[in-house]
Design a protein around this ligand. Structure first.
Ligand SMILES: [Zn+2]
Length: 81
């Protein structure tokens, strides 16, 4: 984990603005993208949410099945079983 040296206040509703420089670097599109939120000890970690196959982690050729994303490759592998 890398300390950015940036500090942002938490507003009265618990919101924190992620600095533009970081949003730009992560190619976060305001009003479109979202984050997955993790915490460990006293740290909160945000990671740009990306749909990916729940079996292999691929983000190519995804299909949603019962609230899970699965890629075409894994579907083919399952068919071959
Ligand atoms: Zn897959």
């Amino acid at each position: 984990m890398k300390l950015t040296g940036m500090e942002r206040p938490v507003d009265t509703l618990g919101r924190v603005v992620i600095p533009r420089e970081i949003r730009k670097r992560l190619q976060i599109e305001d009003g479109v993208d979202s984050f997955d939120i993790f915490f460990e000890d006293d740290a909160v970690i945000l990671r740009k949410h990306q749909e990916k196959c729940f079996l292999c982690g691929s983000n190519q050729d995804l299909t949603e099945i019962d609230d899970h994303m699965i890629c075409a490759g894994c579907i083919e592998r399952i068919k071959d079983l």
